[in-house]
Design a protein around this ligand. Structure first.
Ligand code: NA7
Length: 538
């Protein structure tokens, strides 16, 4: 099939964001190329196939809203969709809208260079494409963190990464397994691996708050009811703080008695899910004392579940307020540590000194294993963008522009990088929200923008960017977000500048700001140059 070498737009990535962007570009009648590094579409859900991988947002909310027919015809099977089901859904969407024929798989974009009028996009294939616009749909959690544990290469057994899991799975039956990392990927995979492994040792550096998922089959009636109300529910999600349904409590946790709070938290614990506890009161993310009431409640829960007091104490988060690192959703997570063949090693008291041929050596012992599972996370939000050699005006490298942390206008553009858009980029709600809602909002905004500017150059002004960066930081300072060494602030990657990267101001408010900017003729952006459409197509 012949593809344009000078399309209007190049889209990088064919996950949930890139596919919807492709759909919108086609409707706009723009020419495009879409490059995907993977050998299949689906992004996050293509790569993260580890046992137990599941979305933390409910199925009916973690789905595209752009087509009512699609919304009605697709049947979800569980409250929280498993990786395989989401991938099947994404593949269904791609087929239904005939998107996959336009995705060039196994093609990694390596550089993007602005030549004053267009972007020269180089891939790992022998072709350079010239595009008027480039849209990075490269994901916030897609670049696995480089692992810095000494001796890893000397290990004789198998090393598996949760973020790059083999497509035909791994059978741990009868094997001695180590898992390093207890973020969402560790928390989801540990109980499932424990069901197979002969011995499982979990190496934990930071204890996390793990909330019960309470996953369950989705009844056809419940699904029908929600689908019948989809327009209202979608609107409520878009206007909400996190792109999620659920009623936010309006009272302060500090105005309730300890007994009242306990009762409220018990109800939320029974409901399960990421937001239930945070939404109980209005000040849990804002006030340390209010937050402590939830953290204490959760620590008590852990000690009531885990039988061995030493293990329970190690599993209880103590160094960060609830919600300042991404809480995890678990299914039988804490209960897993009551199994005789499962052990926790607390790296705060006995750090890993090296990996040897036989296994993991800590300060006080060698744990011999056959398989090593790395659930060690991602270079979040900026990693996938900086993995591409991006050069804007006058050869400015994105890596240099972001040397002190990512700077963007609205998380959509970077000053000095004309005609370049980032879907759910740093400085937008992104990872603090239901990604589906934020992705659709960005894709719609970018697509409307491309339609309106008709081939002109659009670039964030440095002043507007400076104001937005200051606003993002001020909004974060009003919360407890800076109190943890989380990937939200880049603290998980050695040497990464410490900046609260996502915008904490809320999905609803953020959407209003973006809509206001476009309604005011792209306030804060500079439009220049004549329409290049004619020439590009010529
Ligand atoms: P996370 O949440 O970043 O978790 C990574 C885990 O790995 C975390 O417990 C880390 O401890 C641990 N880690 C990382 N490097 C090391 C080393 N060198 N030694 C020991 N332990 C280490 O990534 P996930 O993949 O679980 O989840 C990512 C997001 O996907 C998640 O938040 C959801 O949004 C979905 P640390 O906390 O840094 O001390």
């Amino acid at each position: 099939m012949s593809r344009p070498s000078s399309p209007d737009v190049v889209v990088v990535g064919a996950g949930v964001a890139g596919l919807y962007q492709l759909h919108r570009l086609r409707d706009l009648g723009l020419s495009y190329r879409v490059f995907e590094a993977g050998s299949g579409i689906g992004g996050t859900w293509f790569w993260n196939r580890y046992p137990g991988a599941r979305c933390d947002v409910e199925s009916l909310e973690y789905s595209y809203s752009f087509s009512e027919e699609l919304e009605q015809e697709w049947e979800w099977t569980e409250r929280y969709p498993a990786q395989a089901e989401i991938l099947e859904y994404v593949e269904h969407v791609a087929k239904r809208f005939d998107l996959d024929r336009d995705v060039e798989l196994d093609t990694r974009v390596t550089s993007a260079v602005w030549d004053g009028e267009r972007w020269a996009i180089t891939t790992d294939r022998p072709e350079t494409v010239s595009a008027r616009y480039v849209i990075f749909a490269t994901g916030c959690l897609s670049q696995p963190k480089e692992i810095d544990i000494a001796g890893l290469d000397s290990f004789r057994g198998n090393v598996w990464s949760t973020a790059r899991w083999p497509h035909d799975g791994v059978d741990f039956t009868g094997r001695r397994v180590a898992v390093i990392g207890t973020g969402s990927s560790g928390v989801q995979s540990i109980p499932v691996i424990a069901q197979q492994a002969a011995e499982l040792t979990v190496f934990q550096r930071t204890a996390n708050y793990v909330l019960p998922a309470r996953n369950a089959p989705l009844s056809p009636q419940a699904q029908q009811e929600q689908k019948a109300n989809y327009r209202t529910l979608r609107r409520l999600a878009r206007e909400s703080p996190a792109g999620l349904l659920g009623v936010q409590g309006e009272a302060s946790a500090m105005d309730a008695t300890a007994e009242e709070r306990h009762e409220v938290y018990e109800q939320a614990w029974k409901i399960g899910g990421l937001g239930a506890l945070r939404r109980c009161y209005n000040d849990i993310s804002l006030n340390l004392d209010a937050n402590r009431t939830v953290s204490d409640y959760l620590r008590d829960k852990i000690s009531s579940i885990v039988r061995d007091p030493e293990t329970a104490a190690a599993l209880a988060p103590s160094d960060h307020p609830f919600g300042t690192k991404r809480p995890c959703l678990g299914t039988g997570y804490f209960e897993t540590y009551n199994l005789d063949h499962v052990r926790l090693v607390d790296l705060r008291t006995t750090p890993i000194t090296t990996i040897t041929a036989e296994g993991v050596r800590t300060a006080d012992r060698l744990v011999e294993v056959d398989d090593l599972v790395l659930a060690t996370g991602f270079d979040a939000m900026t990693g996938a963008l900086l993995a591409v050699d991006i050069r804007g005006r006058h050869g400015l490298r994105l890596a240099d522009a972001w040397a002190e942390g990512p700077t963007t206008y609205l998380g959509l553009q970077v000053a000095g990088f004309p005609n370049m858009f980032t879907i759910t980029g740093p400085g937008s709600p992104s990872v603090l929200s239901n990604m589906m809602v934020s992705i659709e909002q960005h894709v719609d905004w970018i697509s409307d923008c491309l339609a309106r500017i008709d081939g002109h150059v659009i670039e964030a002004s440095p002043e507007a960017q400076e104001r937005w960066v200051a606003h993002v930081a001020e909004a974060a300072d009003q919360t407890l977000m800076n109190r943890a060494n989380s990937w939200y602030v880049g603290a998980n990657v050695p040497g990464k500048p410490r900046v609260v990267m996502p915008y904490v101001g809320g999905v609803g408010r953020y959407r209003e700001i973006c809509d206001g900017v476009s309604a005011a003729g792209y306030e804060g952006f500079v439009l220049s140059g004549g329409s290049a459409r004619e020439r590009d197509h010529g």
